[in-house]
Design a protein around this ligand. Sequence first.
Ligand code: ATP
Ligand code: MG
Length: 768
Amino acid sequence: RQSGSAALLDDLNDQQRRAVEHIGSPLLVVAGAGSGKTRVLTRRIAYLLGERNVHPGQVMAITFTNKAAAEMKERVADLVGRRANAMWVSTFHSMCVRVLRREAKTLGMTSSFSIYDADDSRRLITLVARDIDLDPKRYPARTLSIHISNLKNELIGPEQASSAAANDLERRVAEVYVEYQSRLRQANAMDFDDLIMRTVELLQGFPDVAEYYHRRFRHVLVDEYQDTNHAQYTLVRELVGRGTDGLPPAELCVVGDADQSIYAFRGATIRNIVEFERDYPNATTVMLEQNYRSTQTILNAANAVISRNPDRRDKRLWTALGDGEKIVAYVGDNEHDEASFVAREIDQLVDAGIANNCDVAVFYRTNNQSRVFEEIFIRMGLPYKVVGGVRFYERREVRDALAYLRVLANPEDTVSLRRVLNVPRRGIGDRAEACVSTHADRERISFAAALNDAAVGKVALLNPRSQRAIAGFVELIDGLRRFVDDGQDVAEILDAVLDQTGYRAELEASDDPQDASRLENLTELVTVAREFTEAPADEPPPDAVDSATVGPEAGSLAAFLERVSLVADADQVPDPDDESGGMVTLMTLHTAKGLEYPVVFSTGWEDGIFPHMRALSDPTELAEERRLAYVGITRARERLYLSRAIVRSAWGQPMTNPASRFFDEIPADLIDWRRMGPDRSSPSRATTWGSRATGTGRAGLRPAPSKGWQDTTALTLDVGDRVNHDKYGLGTVVATDGTGPRATATIDFGTAGTIRLMLIGSVPLVKL
Ligand code: ATP
Ligand code: MG
């Protein structure tokens, strides 16, 4: 089909086309940001299906986020039609869950195993550490958990860790690790790192299992290969195979950019990309050099910054898109001022018809920096969405509800069981829990089995009241489990849980406003469950090759739990929504990887914030921060803004941070300084700073925004005034500061907190 092939290839450049058409040997595509790596991967899949007659069931593609996976699948479906659904396109973790559910028995688990996230895992580590009498001050659970995670990322199992332990810390970690793994097994649970490690174990230890997957997947493709860790690298190797089982190795295609490796703290190593040709001796490498995303100005800035990193292969990106706008830089008096600048600027871009809200992204280094943007955006009525932060699924009430569901799906799930044992309070105290736990240890039975014993009076030292309470709990869970056995919808099961446990009633009875928002979150969770039942849509699709054997039944409780366990920050990035102009997206630099926006604000460019404090004295960390800067800059297509604040409060203290050293790494002629700080060395810059309040133009300073404070009146408030705010409710003014455009009031909103607001523009605030 000549025309089909042309359609798949004609909007690619020569190098891209080479990568798409390449047959046989392992293929590495290395290239800078925005050069079409992801596009090549997607197109290659379409080409395999459309032109090389590959069955979609033979394709496995790995992306960095679930959202990226869904998008890739959609793109391929656009190109080749619905049969694209039989491909496996997912993150490493989702892919492993699918394999592990299918093969659970081989590993001595059942397919209903629970997936423990970082918080569950830390809880279990805390229990283990306590049981072996570790001093929590010397060995905090957090530290233990990081060490264990690192070991797993290196595929070092508990026994190996024990025998290799060379100092006291390592011995302690190994001791905890051994016990932690055994408790996980007992609870029929795996943590995130296990998902990878145990899949590797499966493929390495069971040749017939490995052969099944070799036979099935003839094409393995990996995006963002620079952020794979050792375990993931090995997993890919095992999936591809070495031809030893009589099957030729699968065709492998990985794409990545060593300059965008930003997950070293999770064990990611650019070694995997740098040494690809050594790992796969007959490999072919394709390099892409044309960038299709950004203006030359943005690229020059990105190139200039990243070129300061040592030990890297220099690559020059070029674009045909022209120089475009200069980069705009701004120095705020404080973080509120910085955020106001961002908000005003977005407002103007939208007013001028240059961008919609959904074209704009605001980046920061750490999640806690989002709060001030939210405050200002709310006040300005600017619709926004924060991606990440304290996530919905991390909220206490949501976790409690999910823990109940997990107990129903997996009766042995100790961490979830212990989480809800006395939530809401039902008279099963710590002492009773300890008795049950001791009994479980002594009898070598699971915590769940010990609870059953306790309910019928077979546990020593348990007082009758606790016994009755436990019996009631066991009965409650058994009753709820019937809903699952009857095949009820997830939403109905969840509803029953919230009712029968008394969880909802307790929140309803409370007059704490926080409990009201907890109720809302639970209602939201029921909605999520309902939507899931109605449209279990994307995952797992009806599978042409072996539908019966893959994943939990669509729409089932297990499928629901799997879905919510694997949601990551980046999956919540909103899709552009044209009709309403959409929302501005706020996220960390890490979350922004792989994405692109016409307008990008990268904020908090201060030494100690970005680059992070940790990096100031550590060249390795600094290089990683610089890659993060490179990622951030290269997300922008047309306009890039960089900003910082002179004073920023951290831990409740005002802190003065110097300008980020990354500013100095960008050629000065690329930057249009809207406003400079007093600590810049050049005298002209200092003058500019001095004149800022009057808003008159000096070098580098633009006139005040046309639509700004001049044509809106500021609300005048005095200390002691009572006010009502649309979002925060009633409050009392405790301090005021500044005049005109800079007028602010600090207002005590009671439980909503004490908040400083600017008083210009359309403040949703009335004086009472
Ligand atoms: P990153 O390193 O940030 O992940 P990438 O190398 O994966 O970037 P893509 O996201 O695939 O780059 O492509 C960047 C942009 O350029 C996208 O909007 C893509 O559609 C566009 N693009 C890529 N190749 C071409 C091409 N040959 N013609 C036109 N547009 C292209
Ligand atoms: Mg990409």
